[in-house]
Design a protein around this ligand. Structure first.
Ligand code: BTN
Length: 322
C-alpha cells in the first residue's frame, strides 16, 4: 500500500493530493492513509500536510525501489533475482557468497552504499550512499577462462549504450572498460571470476556508475578526474531506469556474443571507443610503452603502434590518454 500511495504522488509531483482522492482511488479509509503516511515519514519521506488541500511529497530518500526496477524489466534471465542492501563492504563479496549458496545466473546485488568498494588493480571505488549504482551480477558463461577480457569489453559496450539511451551525455570507452565523459571517469567495471578445468565456472560483473553524485560528494583528490551523470547532464537520473536499460543491453549483447562470438562486440566497442587512433601511454612490467592505440585484436587486447613502427599488444592494465 505504501508503494501505491507513493505512485499516486509521483503522478503529479509537487501537487497536493487530498486524503479523499487517495482514499477513493486506493479504496482505503482516511485513518489507514494517515497510518501509511506516518510509516513513509518514518522511512525518510517528507510530506507537507495542508488543511483542505491534503498532502504534498516534498522529498524522498533515494532508496532502491525494487518494484519500479522490476516493472517493465523484460529480460529473461538478468535481474530476475534481486538482492538489495543498505551499507555493505562490497557487493562483489556478497555476490560471491550468493553463488556459493546456489544463486542462479542473472542474480543481481544492489547496495545503497559500499564501505570498501573495490576497483580494478587493487584500487578503492568511491561509493557514497544513495547516489550511485553499486551493483554486482552473477554470470555463468560456458567459455574458456581466456575469454574474460572479451566479457570485460562486452560489459563496457552494454554500459555505454545504456547510459547513452537514458541520459543526454557524450560518453565513450577508454580501454579496456572505463567510461569517460569529457575525459572524466563516470563508471567502472570489475570482473571477478572463478574457473574450473580452464573453463569459467562463474563471473561476478561489478558495475559502478556515479549517477547522482554532486561535486561535493567527491573527495578533493577525485574532483578533477571523476564526474557523475547528474553533473554532466544537469539532471537527476533514475537509478532504476538505468539498471533496467543496462540489463536489457547486456542480455542482448551476451546472447549475440554466445551466438556469433566476439567479432560483432568488437565492432561495437570500436565505435564507442575514445582510445583508438589516439596517443597513449601504459606502464608494462618491462617499462613504459608509448604510441598510437590502433585496434583491438580478437582476444580483446589493444594493439599499439610505437614511434618506431613496432606493433605492441597490451593485454591487461591501464592506459593513459595523452
Ligand atoms: C574500476 O576500477 O573502474 C572498477 C570499479 C568497479 C566498482 C563496482 S561498484 C559495484 C561492485 N562492487 C565493488 O566493490 N566494485 C564493483
Amino acid at each position: 500500500m505504501n508503494e501505491r500511495i507513493l505512485e499516486l504522488f509521483q503522478e503529479s509531483p509537487e501537487a497536493y493530493v487530498s486524503g479523499e482522492e487517495i482514499s477513493r482511488r486506493l479504496n482505503v479509509s482516511r485513518t489507514a492513509i494517515w497510518k501509511h503516511i506516518e510509516e513513509l515519514r518514518a522511512a525518510g519521506y517528507e510530506f507537507e500536510a495542508a488543511p483542505r488541500k491534503g498532502y504534498r511529497l516534498v522529498s524522498k530518500p533515494d532508496r532502491w525501489q525494487v518494484s519500479k526496477l522490476l516493472s517493465g524489466l523484460k529480460t529473461k534471465v538478468l535481474g530476475q533475482k534481486v538482492h538489495v542492501y543498505g551499507a555493505v563492504d562490497s557487493t562483489q563479496t556478497i555476490a560471491h557468497a550468493l553463488v556459493a549458496s546456489g544463486a542462479p545466473e542473472g542474480t543481481i546485488v544492489l547496495a545503497e552504499e559500499q564501505t570498501a568498494g573495490r576497483g580494478r588493480m587493487g584500487r578503492a571505488w568511491h561509493s557514497p550512499p544513495g547516489k550511485g549504482i553499486w551493483m554486482s551480477m552473477v554470470l555463468t558463461p560456458r567459455v574458456p577462462v581466456y575469454f574474460m577480457p572479451q566479457l570485460t569489453l562486452l560489459s563496457a559496450v552494454a554500459l555505454c549504450r545504456s547510459i547513452q539511451k537514458v541520459c543526454q551525455v557524450e560518453i565513450g570507452i577508454k580501454w579496456p572498460n572505463d567510461l569517460l565523459i569529457k575525459g572524466k571517469k563516470v563508471s567502472g567495471i570489475l570482473l571477478e571470476s572463478s574457473g574450473e578445468d580452464e573453463r569459467l565456472k562463474y563471473v561476478i560483473a561489478g558495475i559502478g556508475i556515479s549517477v547522482n553524485l554532486k561535486t561535493e560528494d567527491y573527495p578533493e583528490e577525485l574532483r578533477n578526474i571523476a564526474t557523475s551523470l547528474a553533473i554532466e547532464s544537469g539532471q537527476e537520473i533514475s537509478r532504476e531506469h538505468l539498471v533496467q536499460a543496462f540489463l536489457h543491453e547486456f542480455e542482448d549483447l551476451y546472447a549475440l556474443y554466445m551466438d556469433k562470438g566476439f567479432a560483432p562486440i568488437r565492432l561495437l566497442w570500436e565505435a564507442l571507443s575514445v582510445t583508438l587512433k589516439r596517443p597513449i601511454r601504459t606502464y608494462a612490467p618491462s617499462g613504459p610503452i608509448e604510441g598510437i592505440a590502433d585496434s583491438l585484436d580478437d582476444s580483446g587486447a589493444l594493439t599499439v603502434i610505437t614511434a618506431n613502427g613496432e606493433k605492441v599488444k597490451i593485454y591487461s592494465g591501464d592506459i593513459e590518454l595523452k
